[in-house]
Write a protein that binds this ligand. Structure first.
Ligand SMILES: Nc1ncnc2c1ncn2[C@@H]1O[C@H](COP(=O)(O)OP(=O)(O)OP(=O)(O)O)[C@@H](O)[C@H]1O
Ligand SMILES: [Mg+2]
Length: 268
């Protein structure tokens, strides 16, 4: 109050008040002094308001802004990695553009699903069906329990499923009329890993797999993304009769429910 003067007659301050039960409220005090003609403080009129709700909304907004900031940086870093690593000395510019475009569209589709769920998460069945939808997957077997992946796991899993799908279309089972892809997932408890998610991708009936080709960007995404981003594990085998890939994702990245979903040829 010592700071009040005829030239500077009011103040406002916000403070946190800790209650006896350990909870707290935010209070805002605004006051105005009234002075006589000699400049002597006669009285102070003030108001104290509970601004706890406003403070919580501000905190929530700040958290969202920093979360958004973090995600935008991640997406830009991912796009930059896609552009740099999709380079292939033997490919034409048109081929390069098509592959970059495909990869960015796959990222954008996951983003749309996430934003649709208000960043709650994305159903694994939806990710798999969406990735396979553009191709002829009449003989595909897609089966698993109703699992929703949290946002960070949804992005990484989509990227891996996208690379497995495009490889199957270019070189594997989906490049051949008699080829079959099976994607199955379930939760498993294994030692210290409780209820982690296992996704098994298996191809059969395609052309014989030639494992001598140089690994490209697709291989690095399939092998490294889930271990690096989620601390999970990947077992990727270019077996002569078809590619097999087992992905394991820690339970902390899942939102689970009990219902089981099953389907073949992309329909449930
Ligand atoms: N499903 C598959 N069936 C048969 N061969 C495969 C399959 N997936 C990958 N390969 C082999 O592994 C090689 C490396 O695949 P990778 O995805 O790393 O590179 P790419 O598809 O050639 O290029 P990109 O960097 O665009 O993914 C391929 O050239 C192919 O020979
Ligand atoms: Mg590839």
């Amino acid at each position: 109050l010592g700071g009040l003067s005829p030239e500077n007659p009011s103040y406002a301050l916000a403070f946190r008040f800790v209650r006896g039960d350990g909870g707290h409220v935010w209070l805002e005090e605004t006051a105005r002094g009234e002075f006589d003609s000699t400049g002597r403080l006669m009285r102070i009129k003030g108001l104290t308001r509970d601004i706890t709700e406003r403070k919580q909304l501000e905190d929530h907004k700040n958290t969202l802004i920093s979360e958004l900031d973090h995600r935008v940086k991640n997406v830009l870093a991912t796009v930059s990695a896609i552009v740099v690593q999709t380079q292939n000395d033997n490919a034409s510019i048109a081929d390069f553009v098509a592959r970059v475009d495909h990869r960015i569209k796959s990222l954008a589709a996951t983003h749309e699903l996430l934003s649709h769920s208000r960043w709650h998460g994305v159903s694994l069945a939806e990710i798999v069906h969406r990735e396979l939808a553009p191709y002829d997957t009449r003989s595909a077997c897609i089966h698993g329990s109703d699992i929703t992946l949290k946002p960070e796991a949804a992005q990484a899993t989509t990227m891996v499923v996208h690379e497995l799908t495009t490889n199957a279309v270019k070189y594997g089972a989906l490049s051949h009329c008699r080829g079959r892809v099976s994607v199955r997932w379930y939760q498993q408890t294994n030692g210290s890993l409780s209820d982690h998610l296992v996704i098994d991708w298996c191809e059969a009936g395609g052309p014989p797999v030639d494992a001598t080709h140089k690994p490209g960007y697709g291989t690095s995404v399939i092998r490294d993304l889930i271990p690096y981003e989620l601390g999970g594990s990947v077992d990727y085998v270019l077996a002569p009769e078809g590619v097999c890939c087992r992905l394991e994702i820690p339970a902390m990245f899942l939102r689970t429910a009990a219902r089981s979903v099953a389907g073949s040829n992309g329909a449930e």
